[in-house]
Design a protein around this ligand. Structure first.
Ligand code: E4P
Length: 220
């Protein structure tokens, strides 16, 4: 399973890259706004900075703002030209599906975002999306079971033989990451805190303290 970091914060992206387990980055307009990035030129530069930090061969999702086919295609092409790492993120709407099919014909990688149902997942795969982003946390937020959607999509994609990778998004905790891996997600995208949270186990801390204390006793 691949690990993407879900942020536009350059320090977090640097830290995750240095940690050595990062496969990519996902951003969205809210995450870009949170970093105070606005205006076409600054947005493009920020995506380029992210691509340079993560290095070659990593996937960086950059989301289109347009909601009509023509606008999404024009924007997506501009984004894809920034760097070979860029994956064009497109919302799950009628024109979005059409744009994904178009990008797929052009060989431009896509991430279909704002996915909340198995039916939407089928449409995105049919259109040739590279990645599909079901939003686990937001489904949990309304008291439904986000992880069961990952299981359902995994079953459908396995049965139908779709190539689209399942990118579990809106991940909020280390437990979500483990559950997504069990449910068959190809990728998880999560905040740095959730990734680092996977490190934690009290027995690891107790065990290490004991090893170091015993070593000190024996070696003075
Ligand atoms: C990533 O692709 C999504 O935009 C992101 O995971 C959404 O997360 P949120 O529901 O925590 O905003």
């Amino acid at each position: 399973m691949q690990f993407f970091i879900d942020t536009a914060n350059l320090d977090d992206i640097r830290e995750a890259t240095e940690f050595g387990i990062l496969d990519g980055v996902t951003t969205n307009p809210s995450l870009m706004a949170k970093e105070g990035i606005s205006g076409d030129k600054n947005v493009m530069q920020h995506y380029l900075d992210i691509c340079k930090i993560v290095g070659p061969g990593k996937e960086v999702s950059a989301e289109v703002i347009s909601t009509d086919f023509k606008g999404m295609v024009a924007e997506g092409k501009k984004l894809a030209e920034i760097h070979e790492n860029i994956v064009v993120k497109v919302p799950m709407i009628r024109d979005g599906v059409k744009a994904i099919a178009h990008f797929s014909e052009l060989g431009i990688r896509t991430n279909c975002t704002l996915v909340f149902s198995a039916g939407q997942a089928i449409l995105a795969a049919k259109a040739g999306a590279t990645y599909l982003s079901p939003f686990i946390g937001r489904i949990d937020d309304i008291s439904w079971d986000g992880m069961s959607l990952i299981k359902e999509i995994f079953e459908i994609y396995s049965t139908a033989g779709y190539d689209t990778a399942i990118l579990a998004a809106s991940i909020r905790s280390p437990l979500h990451i483990v559950q997504a891996a069990k449910a068959g997600a190809d990728v998880v995208t999560c905040p740095l805190s959730a990734i680092l949270g996977l490190l934690n186990h009290p027995l690891t801390d107790i065990g290490l303290a004991k090893f170091l204390a015993d070593h000190k006793k024996a070696n003075g």
